[in-house]
Design a protein. Structure first.
Length: 116
């Protein structure tokens, strides 16, 4: 089992940047594929980006492609999401997710608010 704790959220103006972190504890971090999701008020949770165990393969939602970068440091057991050129529509609670086989583990989320 793995425990996940997100951090790095906050309030930023449109056009600004934030870097989210997701610290993992428990089982070997590199065993897991990782992803960032977000959920805006009144909307369903959506996939933002995902990364394989080694970091060699990534995927981005069209809405964030070219602005966000997902990365991981397996030695530090940490997942990152660098968010640049933020827009008001990026406002949401951001969650990290770890997947091993058919099991998913979620963090508690961190709020990102982008003001116009």
């Amino acid at each position: 089992q793995v425990q996940l704790v997100e951090s790095g959220g906050g309030l930023v103006q449109a056009g600004g940047s934030l870097r989210l972190s997701c610290a993992a504890s428990g089982r070997t971090f590199s065993d897991y594929a990782m992803a960032w999701f977000r959920q805006a008020p009144g909307k369903e949770r959506e996939l933002v980006a995902r990364i394989n165990w080694s970091g060699s393969n990534t995927y981005y939602a069209d809405s964030v492609k070219g602005r966000f970068t997902i990365s991981r440091d397996n030695a530090k057991k940490t997942l990152y999401l660098q968010m640049n050129s933020l827009k008001p529509e990026d406002t949401a609670v951001y969650y990290c997710k770890a997947t091993l086989s058919i099991r998913d583990y979620w963090g508690q989320g961190t709020q990102v608010t982008v003001s116009s």
